[in-house]
Design a binder for this molecule. Structure first.
Ligand SMILES: Nc1ncnc2c1ncn2[C@@H]1O[C@H](COP(=O)(O)OP(=O)(O)OP(=O)(O)O)[C@@H](O)[C@H]1O
Length: 391
């Protein structure tokens, strides 16, 4: 196995995750594949329950029962410049683990990628802090209330970089606070002495502490007011650009996302239904669901657009209908949509990186008589609300 591209940091392949509930398995993530480049900022959008957090948790191996990874692979390609250090760390762990239970320890062959689902608990701990950090919505409330923030940052450094002196850790903690726009003398402050925005900045500082190559942020600003949200998001994107850190940013707020990311991935009912560069997506969302999403919020910038809604609700993930999961709500749906699951495919040859899973773009169907055409999307969504009243 060879890295799909030297620029690739993460290769998510056919990942499936179920929640094994008493009432039947919830198929929360269904055959999701995508690649992330080094330093790339990718936004994961989709309405509540579409599987965004489950996918993020799966990538970070943070899922707990009843969630179960049913299939797929996540391959991580460490930076060649850091590989030596990371590999030797991982190999040390393997030697140590060898006498214990680590029979399934992942072979660390960097050019083949690290198989994240195969990491032992100790390898995983190294991987999570050194290569990947995760920031959740609730992270700012997870700071230890009885420990000042300086100690919390320095504890992370002490645990993972024991070779550093106390003085070096203190200086690094000061630098990290400065990076996130907090005066270094606040190191001695306790979480309750900081505003929500400042607490979230501290969690970002902690996430950046070990200079990971990938950060996953799941709705990191939802609990904050709009002005602070914007400040934090500007901070996150500029820090990631500055440090070359890749970011997977999760939100159901597409307007925020579009201001922040290089690439957008839209999930619907556990599946990726469109992946596109930010501008291509902004100008031409191709999947009818993306089209509906884009027209269901006002933009601060850009031309005025007519607002529409997406009537109906997503399918029950215990019992996903045949065909396209959006077919029941889609104003463009035709026969094939209710029978055949559409694959992600390139829409326009000039923009190969924009892919959508929709039969409207199937070359064997395009042009058929009595089949709606992509150009009819706007019209389709305008008529849908009337038709959808009776369901
Ligand atoms: N512990 C659980 N047991 C059973 N089903 C679950 C559990 N946690 C999540 N689910 C289901 O898995 C699906 C995906 O949920 P997930 O939280 O990943 O979606 P999401 O897109 O992140 O939503 P949100 O934006 O609301 O966080 C949903 O249908 C949800 O009901």
């Amino acid at each position: 196995m060879v890295a799909p591209h030297t620029e690739t940091l993460l290769d998510v392949r056919h990942v499936n995750v179920d929640y094994l509930a008493g009432s039947g398995a919830v198929h929360a993530v269904r055959d999701v594949s995508f690649q992330l480049k080094r330093g790339e900022i990718m936004g994961l959008a989709g309405e509540s329950g579409s599987g965004k957090s489950t996918l993020a948790f799966a990538i970070a191996r943070l899922l707990r029962p009843p969630a179960e990874i049913i299939g797929g692979q996540v391959l991580y390609y460490p930076d060649a410049a850091r590989t030596g250090q990371f590999t030797s760390l991982m190999q040390k762990v393997k030697l140590k683990d060898a006498s214990h239970q680590a029979k399934n320890a992942t072979e660390i062959v960097p050019e083949d990628g690290i198989n994240v689902f195969g990491l032992t608990p100790t390898q995983l701990r190294l991987f999570r802090w050194n290569e990947l950090s995760v920031v959740f919505q609730s992270a700012m409330n997870a700071l230890n209330p009885v420990m000042n923030i300086g100690k919390q940052i320095m504890d992370v450094l002490a645990a993972h970089q024991p070779e550093k002196s106390a003085k070096e850790r203190h200086e690094r903690a000061q630098d990290l606070l400065k990076m996130v726009g907090i005066a270094p003398d606040r190191l001695s402050s306790y979480p309750h002495e900081l505003s929500g925005g400042m607490r979230q900045r501290v969690t970002i500082a902690i996430a950046l502490a070990l200079q990971p190559d990938l950060i996953i942020m799941d709705e990191p600003t939802t609990a904050l007011d709009v002005v602070v949200q914007r400040e934090i998001l500007d901070l996150i994107s500029s820090l990631c650009k500055e440090t070359g850190t890749a970011l997977i940013f999760i939100t159901h707020d597409l307007s925020l996302l579009l201001e922040l990311v290089d690439r957008v991935a839209v999930m619907y009912a556990g599946k990726l239904i469109e992946v596109a560069g930010r501008n291509a997506f902004y100008q031409h969302p191709r999947h009818p669901y993306s089209y509906g999403l884009m027209h269901s919020f006002p933009t601060l910038h850009g031309p005025r657009i007519k607002m529409i809604g997406i009537p109906g609700t997503p399918p029950d993930l215990r019992n996903v209908p045949a065909g396209c999961p959006f077919a029941q709500r889609c104003p463009m749906a035709f026969d094939a949509c209710r029978k055949i699951v559409p694959e992600l495919r390139t829409i326009v040859a000039d923009i190969p990186e924009q892919v959508a899973a929709c039969h409207l773009y199937d070359p064997t169907i395009i042009g058929s008589r009595n089949i709606p055409q992509p150009a009819d999307l706007a019209k389709g969504f305008e008529v849908k609300p009337e038709r959808s009243v009776v369901r």
